[in-house]
Write a protein that binds this ligand. Structure first.
Ligand SMILES: NC(=O)c1ccc[n+]([C@@H]2O[C@H](COP(=O)([O-])OP(=O)(O)OC[C@H]3O[C@@H](n4cnc5c(N)ncnc54)[C@H](OP(=O)(O)O)[C@@H]3O)[C@@H](O)[C@H]2O)c1
Length: 263
């Protein structure tokens, strides 16, 4: 099956101010039909405006909204209001597809081991940004676009299926988040709902810079340093190109974990 992106689409991307989310927003936007709406969410207003500017420069007649929002504070009601605000004056039935990319994420405190943090509040804060807010937004998205064909992408990681020392926040959060989307895919096993868990590979962004700077995992730090020094670390452009190929070829089953390095 082929997933044709050239549709009148409502596209929602979290973490769209920089890194992978910024590149994916621009590249997916480039494929959409005129009349599409693109909603970009992150905290940095300037980063979001940069992404919006790049999309508008494509000249493909889509409308772009930016919402500077902190996912550590946002409620389901605020997500609902934000979705409704972006849809003011348009009919849901105008859209051939609703497409969401749950991309925003943080790596957590990589200077700590799995037995260092006993304060449940610290874990709760991490899980609020990386798991709870994602589920909350996804529920509201499904409520608003109940009758619309949907593509739901969770940006996951190899860390969601394999343990890495110093990354107990990140690995456990990615595993929980991915399992939520696998359950969703099982429940929504319909032709008009496609769920993809996409693992982008190790990418040259602020996230891997933080790991390289702060992690106690010497092996991982050494690997990232080597990749940076000899310029072999993947770029947001490279992983986005693969992401579009994976989507368009649609060889995966709904709910699958697909990695950049998969054939
Ligand atoms: N880089 C990698 O090697 C790699 C590998 C596997 C998976 N991933 C996943 O890819 C996704 C994007 O990562 P990246 O590498 O592009 O990282 P990044 O450059 O650090 O970007 C993270 C994005 O998330 C947003 N974000 C973080 N905290 C937020 C909050 N509290 N509220 C709202 N937005 C928030 C950031 O925007 P603001 O700071 O403006 O809020 C930014 O747009 C993440 O889910 C990550 O886990 C990355």
């Amino acid at each position: 099956m082929v997933l044709d992106l050239e549709k009148r689409t409502y596209l929602f991307v979290t973490g769209a101010s920089r890194g992978i989310g910024q590149r994916m927003s621009i590249e997916v936007a480039a494929k959409l039909k005129p009349g599409s709406i693109i909603v970009l969410l992150a905290r940095s207003e300037q980063g979001l405006l940069n992404t919006k500017e790049s999309i508008e420069a494509l000249g493909n007649n889509v409308k772009v909204y930016t919402y500077s929002t902190d996912l550590s504070l946002v409620t389901a009601t605020q997500f609902r209001e934000l979705l409704e605000k972006s849809l003011k004056g348009v009919k849901i039935s105008d859209f051939e597809r609703a497409f969401i990319i749950h991309n925003a994420g943080t790596v957590g405190d990589v200077s700590k081991s799995a037995v260092d943090v006993s304060d449940a509040n610290v874990w709760q804060q991490y899980y609020y940004v990386n798991v709870f807010s994602v589920i909350s937004l996804n529920c509201e998205f499904f409520r608003v676009f109940s009758g619309t064909p949907k593509v739901v992408v969770n940006i996951t990681s190899k860390c969601g299926i394999e343990p890495f020392a110093s990354m107990s926040f990140y690995c456990s959060g990615k595993a929980a988040r991915e399992m939520y989307f696998r359950v969703l895919a099982t429940e929504q096993a319909l032709d008009n709902v496609v769920v993809l868990n996409y693992a982008p590979g190790a990418i040259d962004t602020e996230m891997t810079e933080q790991v390289q700077r702060e992690s106690t995992n010497k092996e991982l730090v050494g690997l990232f340093k080597k990749q940076r020094d000899n310029k072999t670390m993947l770029t947001p452009e490279q992983t986005t190109a693969k992401f579009l190929q994976v989507l368009q070829e649609q060889k995966f089953k709904t709910g699958d974990h697909v990695d950049y390095y998969d054939e």
